[in-house]
Design a protein around this ligand. Structure first.
Ligand SMILES: NC(=O)c1ccc[n+]([C@@H]2O[C@H](COP(=O)([O-])OP(=O)(O)OC[C@H]3O[C@@H](n4cnc5c(N)ncnc54)[C@H](OP(=O)(O)O)[C@@H]3O)[C@@H](O)[C@H]2O)c1
Length: 273
């Protein structure tokens, strides 16, 4: 399944996350994912694994143009000149000539983010990235960006899962042609809490699927891009095996009720360095 971004670029609806996947673990996970149908990989400069991700891509038989690779600009690298330098460094580590999506990892002050965005736009126009976007942006961050932006972001990657469902933000993004992309779709380091949710257990049993598969399918049916992370081959496969069933309106409604806004990652308004 794929989506078309506001600049016409196609993005696979699901990718492999790589946060906290270190060294050989990241390499092996990406190799396995690419051998088993994944065509979209999410990394970031701060994850420290761009080299391993790049090596796995290079060692795979998948042609570059069939792949969608995302990386992100870390907060220390924000600013007009630093942003440009940072993408070139990421490309060097990845061993790629371009990425498919470059994201501002966390908003900083409006001014700094504005300057970084100008550099992102130029990097995009110069062909070093096929799409540009943001991450951890609330509505007010986007509204400020729109004041000076020449190019509207294609994606906003934010924490989204059964507990943090982000309806208002998604509505705002969709109205402006921005796709919402869910990080921590399986509740990240708190996946144990997800696995113990009775409502999800019931649905999983009925559908003969696992709880992670139900949680991912829920986001997919809301047109949210998902990037579940796993370094375990069986789970990497399991997370991709979500295209042969559909949640009913009633099942979707019972998951809507789990929305309690309990975030596992920092509030972007309190993540200024
Ligand atoms: N933009 C941002 O600020 C930001 C922040 C956080 C994450 N991200 C991106 O989003 C991706 C996903 O988020 P995340 O890594 O925090 O969390 P996640 O994908 O919600 O959860 C990952 C955890 O779930 C486990 N897991 C995965 N599939 C499973 C399955 N089928 N059954 C049981 N356990 C399973 C993984 O274990 P194993 O790996 O041990 O299998 C890992 O512990 C990241 O990897 C990263 O690429 C972006």
């Amino acid at each position: 399944m794929e989506h078309i971004l506001n600049n016409g670029v196609t993005i696979p609806a699901e990718g492999l996350g790589t946060f906290r996947a270190k060294d050989n673990e990241a390499y092996e996970a990406v190799v396995h994912a690419l051998e088993n149908g994944y065509r979209h990989i999410d990394t970031a400069a701060i994850y420290g694994n761009e080299e391993q991700v790049g090596k796995a891509i290079k060692d795979s038989d998948v042609p570059r143009e069939a792949l969608f690779v995302t990386t992100k600009l870390w907060v220390d690298d924000q600013g007009y000149l630093k942003t440009k330098k940072a993408l070139h460094k990421s490309l060097e580590r990845l061993g790629l000539e371009y990425v498919d999506l470059f994201l501002i990892h966390w908003p900083q002050s409006y001014e700094l983010t504005r300057d970084s965005w100008q550099a992102m736009e130029e990097l995009y126009l110069d062909g070093f990235t096929r799409a540009i976007g943001v991450s951890n942006f609330n509505i007010h961050h986007l509204e400020h960006l729109f004041e000076t932006a020449e190019i509207i972001p294609q994606v906003n990657q934010v924490e989204t899962n059964v507990q943090v469902q982000n309806y208002k933000l998604q509505e705002f993004c969709m109205k402006n042609g921005i796709f919402l992309e869910a990080y921590a779709p399986l509740m990240s380091h708190q996946i144990k809490d997800l696995l113990s949710m009775d409502d999800l257990k019931k649905i999983a049993k009925k559908k003969k699927k696992t709880i992670p598969q139900i949680a991912l399918r829920f986001l997919l049916q809301r047109d949210i891009i998902i990037i579940p992370k796993s370094v375990t081959p069986k789970r990497i496969d399991e997370n991709m095996d979500i295209y042969d069933f559909e949640l009913t309106d009633e099942e979707m409604a019972s998951i809507y009720k789990l929305n309690n806004g309990k975030k596992l990652f920092p509030d972007p308004d309190n993540f200024l360095i």
